[in-house]
Design a protein around this ligand. Structure first.
Ligand code: ADP
Ligand code: ASP
Ligand code: MG
Length: 369
């Protein structure tokens, strides 16, 4: 018997029909003998809709009230999922909000960090032979306010719950069947990776690969939680994220991210946290930050193309091929940053999808690799 934490994202629980289908699969897993905790996100794009509506009411909504608002989305889906499961086996499921499972965070509304989970209610539900359905993305702060964990934060909830319960695995299901060499929506020939180590996955997530949230991967690495990423429609697991890496390729993935801002600061002005790049240019400090950390309209938009893998910068032929393709497309390189495991190119203009696909294919398909 295994203890499994399963997370289903918004696109997987967008309709009552999807919830009903998943409920069947979850009950079957329970009947096969596993203890199951299910973490769910808000239905479809309902979090986006709530954020939009709040901005129709006020230009700068209060962060505490925003958390109160957006956390409601997950509350709806846990009740729906629990009703669907108990509709199949009366009384089998019980739903919990973040605060009910004692998911304690710091006080940073909208992007709170998990401090601890007092998992006794979860353990009790499992000991009673029930399926626990937990609201992702939310917690309660040390000041007893409702908080949220940043967009995509249900992944973080799932990993934190898995760590607290010492689960055998944390299964994260979405509309893709695993982690690919790049976003398969951008490059149709992207290849699924059977295994990814925590460091590589963390670099990918931090560079903008939304398939797993960076905080969740960081938590998994720190607490040794094995993540299995798979498809919610087939239930198939495609990728295992753990400390092992069976992938021998030097270049493991490419991440294209187009929601960045390039901002120049005068001397002495405090810099924002979470900079993707920070360098000094003619007496000014230039930073690249995610647009979610930039004030409205601050700086100019820019994009990044990140090549991830050990000693990737030393792969001169590949790097030069990418730079050549960008130059040919007339896209100005603003900056390049290179570490032992990542080579990042910051560019002025967004890349058209066919160019992203062509760069991926030059790097990863026969001849490129
Ligand atoms: P959920 O709503 O279930 O949390 P997300 O939308 O957050 O799912 O993450 C899944 C999406 O991540 C996919 O639809 C895919 O477009 C995107 N994605 C980005 N990079 C990758 C990658 N390297 N491998 C797989 N999917 C990726
Ligand atoms: N519902 C939240 C969001 O849209 C959390 C999540 O999906 O993981 O960001
Ligand atoms: Mg997500």
């Amino acid at each position: 018997m295994a203890l499994v934490v399963q997370k289903y994202g918004g696109s997987s629980v967008a309709t009552p029909e999807q919830i009903r289908d998943l409920a069947r699969r979850i009950v079957a897993r329970h009947e096969a003998g596993d203890q199951v905790v299910v973490v769910v996100s808000a239905m479809g794009k309902s979090t986006d809709a709530l954020v939009r509506q709040a901005h129709e009411l006020a230009e700068h909504p209060d962060p505490r009230e925003m958390d109160m608002l957006v956390s409601a989305g997950e509350r709806i889906s846990i009740a729906m999922m629990s009703i669907a499961i108990s509709g199949l086996r009366p009384g089998l499921a019980v739903s919990f909000t973040g605060s009910q499972i004692g998911l304690i965070t710091d006080c940073n509304h909208g992007d709170a960090r998990v401090l601890e989970i007092r998992g006794d209610r979860l353990r009790q539900a499992l000991d009673e032979g029930r399926i626990a359905v937990v609201a992702g993305f939310q917690g309660v702060s040390t000041a007893r306010e409702i908080t949220t964990l940043g967009r995509g934060g249900s992944d973080t909830t799932a990993v934190a719950v898995a760590a607290a319960l010492q689960a055998d695995v944390c299964e994260i299901y979405s509309d893709v069947d695993g982690v690919y060499t790049t976003d398969p929506r951008l490059a149709p020939s992207a290849r699924r990776l059977d295994t990814v180590d925590y460091e590589t996955m963390l670099e990918m997530s931090a560079a903008g690969a939304k398939v797993l949230k960076d905080d969740a991967v960081e938590y998994a690495r720190r607490l040794g939680v094995r993540i299995a990423a798979g498809s919610s429609s087939s239930g198939r697991i495609g990728t295992i994220v753990s400390s092992e890496n069976l992938n021998r390729e030097t270049l493991q993935s490419m991440v294209y991210y187009d929601r960045l801002r390039w901002i120049a600061f005068g001397a002495g002005v405090p810099l924002p946290p979470d900079c993707r790049l920070c360098q000094s240019v003619e007496g000014r400090t230039v930073v690249v930050v995610d647009e979610k950390h930039a004030a409205a309209m601050e700086g100019v938009p820019c994009v990044s193309l990140s090549l991830i893998g050990s000693r990737v910068a030393a792969q001169r032929e590949r790097v030069d091929a990418v730079l050549g393709m960008l130059e040919e497309a007339g896209n100005r390189v603003l900056a390049i940053s290179s570490t032992a495991s990542k080579y990042e190119i910051f560019l002025e203009d967004p890349l058209p999808q066919p160019l992203v696909a062509a760069i991926h294919d030059a790097l990863f398909t026969a001849g490129g690799q």
